[in-house]
Design a protein around this ligand. Structure first.
Ligand code: ADP
Ligand code: ADP
Ligand code: ZN
Length: 219
């Protein structure tokens, strides 16, 4: 299945995508991760977008559509693709539809992870850190590593925090979500692809809701 995880920053998209990759062998395509990789390797795209990302605004449609197109051209995801953090605008949604069609692929479901509580989102991103080796996602309070300083997944000992994961930048990111991305909820509802789940609660409980939504879409 090819699915989109849709939700505001901190909703738990990356966390749930990692679980689906581990359990179902799907491939996660996160434009945020691709842009951060472009930045740290100093490519021209990376240099162009660094300031925009740090401010919390969206980078141009052209850049992110190009990144996704590259992956689809490379033929990734025969066991299914999870689009995480893409599309984020109506123009990106149209472009994704056209790209998938050109590859003979379909979009099976869009899972909206709803968290109607901005304070919860701010708390989530403020405590977020990831493994520098495998990308596993943690939280200071809600999901610490089992052994302090060691990644549960790969045993790595280096962790990263994002410069944009702070309360001030979150205001801009949330505004971008409500203004530019939330119209996609109506767009995919109209296409009959939308499944909305509650994003609050234990990570495993949310995972069960994601699985339920996938099963419903597959039926
Ligand atoms: P997104 O990709 O949507 O921005 P993440 O998956 O990175 O969200 O999660 C944001 C932060 O919240 C991370 O630190 C993660 O460990 C934590 N988190 C994810 N899901 C939950 C949950 N259900 N309850 C509490 N914290 C969570
Ligand atoms: P989160 O997991 O918190 O939702 P991401 O890692 O997906 O955040 O994105 C981080 C930043 O990268 C965004 O604030 C934005 O600047 C840029 N970005 C990522 N994906 C897109 C996209 N599809 N369109 C525009 N900008 C994007
Ligand atoms: Zn790791």
């Amino acid at each position: 299945m090819n699915i989109i995880l849709l939700g505001p920053p901190g909703a738990g998209k990356g966390t749930q995508a990692h679980k689906l990759v581990a359990e179902k062998g799907m491939v996660q395509l996160s434009t945020g991760d691709m842009l951060r990789a472009a930045r740290s390797s100093g490519t021209s795209i990376g240099n162009q977008v660094a300031e925009i990302m740090d401010s919390g605004s969206l980078v141009t449609d052209e850049i992110v559509i190009g990144l996704i197109e590259e992956q689809l051209d490379a033929g990734v995801g025969s066991n299914g693709i999870i689009f995480d953090g893409f599309p984020r605008t109506l123009a990106q949604a149209d472009a994704l539809g056209a790209l998938l069609k050109a590859k003979g692929k379909r979009l099976d479901a869009v899972i909206e992870m709803r968290i109607a509580n901005d304070e919860e989102l701010v708390q989530r991103v403020s405590g977020r850190f990831t493994c520098g080796n495998c990308g596993a996602v943690y939280h200071d309070q809600t999901k610490p590593t089992k052994v302090e300083g060691t990644c549960d997944q790969c045993g790595g000992t280096e962790f990263k925090r994002r410069p944009d994961d702070n309360a001030e930048t979150m205001r801009t990111r949330l505004l971008a979500y409500y203004k530019d991305t939330s119209p996609l909820i109506g767009y995919y509802y109209a296409e009959g692809k939308l499944q909305t789940i509650d994003g609050l609660g234990e990570i495993d409980d949310v995972a069960a809701r994601v699985s339920g939504a996938l099963a419903a879409a597959d039926a």
